[in-house]
Design a protein around this ligand. Structure first.
Ligand SMILES: NC(=O)c1ccc[n+]([C@@H]2O[C@H](COP(=O)([O-])OP(=O)(O)OC[C@H]3O[C@@H](n4cnc5c(N)ncnc54)[C@H](O)[C@@H]3O)[C@@H](O)[C@H]2O)c1
Ligand SMILES: [Zn+2]
Length: 316
């Protein structure tokens, strides 16, 4: 096992996360596969996709993580003749990964799939841990599954074509890992927020993958509460994504706002150390992420969305 690989163990086996050159990742795609990607990723990296493999390119953006898009991917697989011996290769950001992963979990009761995350957010977070889902108007990730991939290939070179807003968006999850698990990471980011060209980037991506792996291995199915730590900022963040209609506020942006709001609430409730919210706010601002959104004014809508959050526990 080379040091450029991290193994994620789960109840049905394990999968490697390999840090590789994008072309090497493409060369390791088995012949009997199909690729699901989005139009932006295809435009930037499609020339390196294996020529003989069927490709489905979906419209980019959160609105593609829908039941309607799910249905159209399934129809395409069926008409392309994909069977259980085939595997689905998801090349793209978290939208492509979550959607194609959920299709893989359910098409013919499950076909193997591989993640090739091309956004920062997907590399540090969504491609790791086996959670796959689509959104519905009622709730973010309301329909989904726990379905681990066969393998994950991370090529940091793909980040070179990622638009700046989406780089910054992914950094929200990086700060999150720092705040919940790694004071050294926070110190590093507070010294100077990470930019796309930063030489520290690869090491930071790897660190985030290690941290997430550690947590998901301890609570694969979100049952013991361990995994809930990864949801810092997400109760408010997911509600904001839902109430604003999936898209205007990117996931990481919503999480950034959510971390600030949740830290403020934590301080008011007396469960969070005083000064935390101010420190989180400073970090978020330094990265160029939002700390507020006008959607926060619609408190009733947000609360309604939060009641449908999968983490809700009521002691009847
Ligand atoms: N499954 C999980 O555990 C998990 C964890 C965190 C987030 N998520 C989900 O991930 C989603 C967000 O992921 P995202 O931020 O990657 O969104 P995304 O998939 O929409 O990608 C962001 C944008 O960047 C473009 N893009 C991606 N890679 C590119 C590249 N290399 N070059 C040029 N353009 C590129 C995409 O086309 C898109 O426009 C949300 O739906 C969120 O809920 C899931
Ligand atoms: Zn997230």
């Amino acid at each position: 096992v080379s040091s450029s690989q991290i193994t994620v163990n789960h109840s049905a086996g394990s999968y490697p996360i390999e840090f590789v050159d994008f072309e090497a990742a493409m060369n390791s795609i088995p012949a009997h596969s199909v690729i699901v990607t989005d139009e932006n990723v295809q435009a930037a990296w499609g020339s390196l996709f294996p020529a003989s493999i069927p490709i489905l390119s979906i419209p980019p953006g959160e609105s593609s993580k829908s039941l309607a898009r799910f249905a159209s991917v399934v129809e395409w697989l069926a008409s392309t003749g994909v069977d259980r011996q085939s595997s689905i290769v998801a090349i793209g950001g978290g939208v492509v990964g979550d959607l194609a992963g959920f299709v893989a979990a359910t098409y013919m009761r499950g076909v193997p799939y591989t993640q090739v995350p091309t956004s920062l957010l997907a590399q540090v977070d969504s491609s790791v841990g086996g959670k796959v889902a689509v959104d519905t108007p009622e709730g973010k990730n309301l329909v989904g599954a726990f379905y681990p991939p066969q393998s994950v290939f991370i090529s940091s070179q793909t980040l070179a074509t990622l638009p700046e807003r989406h780089f910054t968006n992914g950094m929200a999850e990086v700060w999150k890992y720092g705040y919940i698990l790694d004071a050294d990471l926070v110190a590093l980011l507070e010294e100077a927020p990470l930019q796309a060209s930063d030489e520290r980037l690869e090491a930071v991506v790897r660190r985030c993958v290690e941290l997430k792996t550690e947590i998901v291995e301890q609570d694969e199915f979100d049952r013991t509460g361990k995994r809930a730590i990864l949801n810092f900022g997400h109760t408010v963040g997911h509600a904001l994504e839902q109430t604003t209609g999936y898209g205007p506020v990117l996931h990481g942006e919503a999480v950034a706002v959510g971390m600030v709001v949740e830290a403020v609430l934590g301080e008011r409730m007396g469960v969070t150390q005083a000064g935390t919210a101010e420190r989180v706010k400073r970090g978020i601002v330094s990265q160029g992420l939002p700390t507020w959104h006008e959607g926060l004014d619609s408190v009733d809508d947000l609360l309604k969305a939060m009641w449908r959050d999968k983490k809700v526990q009521v002691n009847w």
